[in-house]
Write a protein that binds this ligand. Structure first.
Ligand code: PMP
Length: 408
């Protein structure tokens, strides 16, 4: 049965009861950040009321409890990604920091002048700029995997980009700007055939579909807590154990060392702790674990199927609007509806529709190279989560019609 009990599920989200400009909130900016169920919010109250303590080093009860909850969350993430080993799960501040970790640790140790890194045109700036910064220092070349007019990666062009100098492919699993689902499993296979590694940015995939890093055969996989019903300030880098073991530390400090000395070389902790310098976001990590359990209780296949219905309903609805152009018409899409409207600026649409209580995002969605190819510098983007309803989509579409009428 592919019907979600959405009214029951909505009761988990206190924020969905609020009004905006006197209208019920219709929250359709989930690709930027998703809302948080009370089970996750309660983690913070529980943690700070009962067992707030620094982890790993303490010998007292509170430190033990905090450490157990923190490491328990690591195991939850391992299961969520179907990773082989919990040591392959590194907690970061988010997807951005996870990618910067790979660039600065693996990248610095493995890339030299003349090497090549393949990045798709669909990428979020966070999977472009870290590589550009590093390329500026190390002198390797960035090659761009092209997209077609539907926003689909050109796989035959992808295959042709490989040379004996290709070291890494950096690609998102789902595009935040267009919602395109990329064939990362096939892309990983091609990368590995050529002896290259693949880093998958899963920020927009983790909320919408079950992730299996073993099936994908990803070398690195990153996602953010705040897009998958968890808190901000926490994310995950999954890396294959033998890669993480061989990589040098990125940030130095407490928690990541074994011994520190001025006389002999400082030695480092085992993975994953080698990559977790300093006191981490303890409550956030525990809350992320709770969020993933919440997601698991409902089931990602069910969430994905529900969102596909919402996307279809919204896609049909907005076609009524004359002069509306959808960007991103891939056959396989998740959760995102991106569009521009003739004679109405995206920003004006966003501001006016907010007056009706509808939250959408307008702008370049941190994907300027992609938008440039489509001749626009901004789009409107509605993006969906498990708690959205067809009725909310109707409010959005009717609101959009009204707003566009006012602007033209
Ligand atoms: N990659 C993609 C595809 C994203 O959508 C986002 C967030 N918009 C990021 C990376 C960056 O995530 P964060 O800001 O949580 O680090």
């Amino acid at each position: 049965d592919l019907t979600l009990d959405v009214s029951k599920l909505r009761r988990d989200f206190p924020i969905l009861d609020r009004e905006v400009h006197g209208k019920p909130l219709v929250y359709l900016d989930n690709a930027a950040t998703s809302q948080t169920p009370r089970q996750v919010i309660e983690v913070f109250d529980d943690y700070y009321s009962r067992y707030n303590a620094n982890i790993h080093r303490g010998l007292h009860t509170l430190a033990d409890e905090a450490t157990a909850a923190f490491e328990g969350a690591r195991e939850t993430v391992r299961a969520f990604l179907n990773a082989v080993d919990h040591r392959e799960i590194v907690f970061t501040r988010g997807t951005t920091e996870a990618i910067n970790l790979v660039a600065n640790s693996w990248g610095r140790a493995n890339l030299t002048a003349g090497d090549e890194v393949l990045i798709s045109r669909l990428e979020h700036h966070s999977n472009i700029v870290p590589w550009q910064l590093l390329a500026g220092e190390l002198g390797f070349t960035i090659k761009v995997i092209p997209v077609d007019e539907r926003g689909v990666l050109d796989l035959s062009a992808y295959r042709d980009l490989f040379t004996e100098r290709t070291r890494l492919v950096a690609v998102n699993h789902v595009s935040n700007a267009f919602g395109t689902v990329n064939p990362v499993r096939e892309m990983a296979r091609v990368a590995h055939e050529h002896g290259a590694l693949i880093l998958v940015d899963g920020a927009q995939a983790a909320p919408h579909q079950a992730i299996d890093v073993q099936d994908i055969d990803a070398d690195f996989y990153a996602f953010s807590g705040h897009k998958v019903y968890g808190p901000t300030g926490v994310g995950v880098l999954h890396g294959r154990a033998e890669l993480l073991e061989a990589m040098p530390p990125w940030q130095g400090g407490g928690e990541m060392i074994r011994t520190v000395s001025f006389e002999t070389p400082t030695t480092f902790a085992d993975i994953p702790h080698k990559f977790e310098a300093g006191t981490p976001a303890i409550a956030e990590v525990i809350a992320l674990g709770r969020a993933l359990q919440w997601v698991d209780d409902i089931g990602l296949p069910l969430i994905g199927a529900w969102e596909a219905r919402l996307l279809e309903h919204a896609t049909e609805g907005v076609q009524r609007i004359e002069g509306l152009r959808l960007l991103g018409t891939a056959p396989e899409k998740a959760g995102v509806l991106s569009f521009v409207v003739d004679g109405a600026h995206s920003q004006d649409i966003g501001l006016l529709i907010d007056q009706l209580g509808v939250a959408i995002r307008t702008g370049h969605h941190c994907a300027q190279p992609l938008l440039a190819q489509f001749g626009v510098d901004a789009t409107c983007r509605a993006s969906f989560a498990a708690y959205n309803t067809p009725e909310e989509i109707d409010v959005f579409v009717e609101g959009l019609e009204r707003v566009v009428g006012m602007l033209r």
